[in-house]
Design a protein around this ligand. Sequence first.
Ligand code: C2O
Ligand code: CU
Ligand code: CU
Length: 478
Amino acid sequence: MNDDFHCNMSRRAFLAAVAGAAASASMRAARASAVDERQIKIAPGEARLNGANGPSTAVWTYNCTVPGPALRLRQGQPVRIVVENGLDEDTTVHWHGIRLPNAMDGVPGLTQRPIKPGESFVYEFTPPDAGTFWYHPHADSLVQIGRGLAGPLIVEEAEPVAFDRDLLWLLQDWRLTKDGQVAGGFGSMMDASMSGRVGNLVTVNGQAQPDQAVRAGERVRLRLANASVARLMALRFEGHRPVVVAVDGQPCVPHEPENGRVVLAPAMRVDIVLDMQGDPGSRHATIDDFYDGLAYTLVNLAYDKASPLRAHRLDAPVGLPRNPLSAPDLAKAVRQEIALQGGMMGGGKLAGVGGMMGMGMPGMNGGAAWAINGMSMTGDGHAGMAPQFTLERGTTCRLTMRNETAWWHPMHVHGFSLSVLTRNGSPVPHRQWQDTVLLAPKDTVECAFVADNPGDWMLHCHVADHQMAGLMTVFRVT
Ligand code: C2O
Ligand code: CU
Ligand code: CU
């Protein structure tokens, strides 16, 4: 394999190199079978987000592509990933949603020393859960994710699950200037204290509004991952009826989403099953209409002219095998509560922040615009972050999250998956486990999890600007 990476090699040459490497890697794996070895180099590169004739955008990349390469791992098989930092600033990689040892979690200061420019770090873990995950930096996150650093991570079921095809759409939101470059102004007070850095171009696997080729009659498992810094999405599949089979990598009871819309906040993943019921040769838009009046076409499903793969819809079950999550014992649960505070209210005033650490300008340079239980932890993670609460290993924690703000927050927990019990007092159906739980303004959500993974773990809003500006905390499992 070519160890000397050049991000200016043509995309075709690059894809050929990757295919060759993958073939030899799988041959090696067949021989050795023990540890799956991977390499990721982080470096500046170029991407054409608007097709071959669009402008070339300067981006930051994993292995020279945007998004980064899809890492396909096997449930229960150890992996060793060497990450090399070719940027001019510190970075780390966080394997979002994977329940792994604390030292592999990628939080600078808290779980590891940041990877300095020119240095590397070796991540080693064994994914316990099959499902759809993703990886991204946890240092200077707003800027690094905003410049393109994100990649899909798929953990394949130990026993293969039958679908005609397994597709993945990694969604990224870009704020671009008129000439197609990533706009500066990261961490402005406006963004930080309101809805975050929502951009003006959304890409699917690195392309704006692509066609997705499909075949009539086929059954597709479509993995959706929102890798945006701040944009919330709600996808409608015109002429189709998606069935949700997993949320944040964890299988749920298969169900049609409310009003046919698949809601994806930043960092969330949803696996759907789509039966391709359209006519050969037809086209159907997939529309994101989360924000009122700002609907746009994300992808077009483009049917092949070939006659349907099968005459009738498959009637095989669509459910996925469950992952080995510890069952919460609610009768013995320890209760914890976190209140989300701050953000801009009417009249240009910040609400609820300013007690402990909220001095200075909100947003950039460690200034706070948000708080959790009166405390603002800003940035990406650093040494000496005092835990909000401590849990003894093995206890069930019943965690209440109360959103006292006027804004949406996808709250993400590292190292665990949360069983979502109630929302505003009503039971949440479909047996949902999530690592990223979206709270609408004023929502209260109750979750439960077993504290079976020792370490200091982050709990934060995944709107990157909100996290940077104080909507973050840490808890400890001893
Ligand atoms: Cu997706 Cu703190 O992470
Ligand atoms: Cu995470
Ligand atoms: Cu938030």
